[in-house]
Design a binder for this molecule. Sequence first.
Ligand code: GCB
Length: 590
Amino acid sequence: MTDTPKDPFHHLHNEGYLAAYNAPRFEANTLVVMGDRPSTSLAGDWRFTLDLFDEGLRQKWFTLEQAPPGEWTHPRDYDPYAGPTLRVPSNWSMQKPEWLHFEGGGWYTRIIEHVPDPQQPVTVLRIGAANYQSRVFLNGQFLGTHLGGSTPFCVDFSPLIQAGPNRLQIQVDNRRELERVPMRHFDWFNHGGIYREVDLLRLPAVHIRSTQVDWSPAQGLRVRIHLSEPVDTQAHCHIEALGIHLVVPIQGGEGEVSVACTPRLWCPEDPHLYSVQFECGHDRLQDRIGLRHIAVEGTQILLNGKALFLRGICVHEDDLHLGKVSTEADVRRRFEDARAMGCNFLRLSHYPHHEHVARIADEVGMLLWEEIPVYWAIDFGNPSTLADARNQLHELILRDHNRASVIFWGVGNENEDSDARLAFMRTLAQSAKAWDPSRLISAACLINREHFRIEDRLTQYLDVIGINEYFGWYEPGFDGLQRLLDNSSPDRPVLITETGADAKAGQHGRDDELFTEECQARILSEQVRISAAKAFICGIAPWLLYDFRSERRHTLFNGGFNRKGVIAEDKRTRKLGFQALADSYRRCRP
Ligand code: GCB
């Protein structure tokens, strides 16, 4: 620390205060798989304050001991033990109108009781997501920090936690900064705070850190297990319904085994899940896992060997009242609405959504695209930005590897071409493939708008080329789309990852009148008709299911929302585009 303890006012002048709180990092290698493990939820009211000037870090609020105000030895600017509270999980932006646009720090404090258990000496804090940087303090000590607003991270409390009450403090910072992912400019709302579940896990000294199960016709069932310690031992994997009982030899904490089997394969029409048990010593957990195979052959995507056309829709994680908090009911509604349009596919844009989305998709049989927010401008030349993006991708893959519904890892969206961007995104694509060879890698790539063709150096590193195009809306008419499709002869499948038009629900008029429901409906119908006719187009995911808050859009029609939803922000009012898309999808190839 750079502070001089002798001068009690040093913190007023110390602009180097942040340096002490940017390491160590909680990264993907600290994650512990949840499965059905018992855990203690820390949901509820935490002491909370916003902290625009970072007084908490400057003054070290985490060192303040609990004392009733009458017993304070020094005046304080903040009392972590008294005063306002904030519910975890939630976004502070949704709590008070004057907090809506707050971008800065927020301090959370909570006392946790600990009863030591010699069978389970490891205590791990797991945070589902907090936007964007989190700094964790236990009993007055800074433990480390996590970057990334949408992926989970774990903190090992074992070295510091004591029997009895322990003081847990988390500072969360949602400032938009140049080196972050996403950077400063994006078309969704920057909700701050701890907005997904926080849990405490109690674990044996050697425990299972991650499990990866996949199936392919060539390799059969493959199980990989990763332990918390670099030990040589044995783990077990049981799939009772298949009569499979595998011993997984572990060396240096890692092991892998494959076995031939012919399971009932998971697909949207028959989303069959197997109950899978994992065991290692005293540690055991269970998961429900679908087995299926996804591959590319020429310009087609094959699911379990059969060609697949993706009838999709994009969706943001945004709620008028809850912000980025996704309840289970809300997630189920997304799938019901998508299903009512005849969709078999959702693009979860533009960052990792809540982990129960893929779990429910597994159960209801919906295919998913998951992505990290490498969106628009990114500081591509900055190695620490790359490390952050790569870590977010790794955390997402470890979290959702066993979800059959997830068929794509998206590594970016509409990023301007440059050598630095190519190197950055190539690293992401290659890392994703190395971590998970069982899925397709894609990104929303670039098109040449002068010569109307798909043109992006990145495509060579992808399994499927995603393109966002807004012919009929940002670009007039559909001739451009037809030319783009006719001029391109890709050697791999192309997915339309976005297209659409804004319409204000209830605004009616001619179908060439901007912002009317009729205009949006016509554009969506034309888009599907033209693009689905091309054999190399493997699917389409228009932009998007629900209108969402966006600070970039303040016209009379938009009123602070992106209105390309086929359903309004109340998530109930269907626009004409909803039916238009349903009709178009009914006419599409299967
Ligand atoms: C895009 C972006 C998406 C925007 C959308 C729009 O291409 O990928 O995030 O919200 O266009 O509405 O303009």
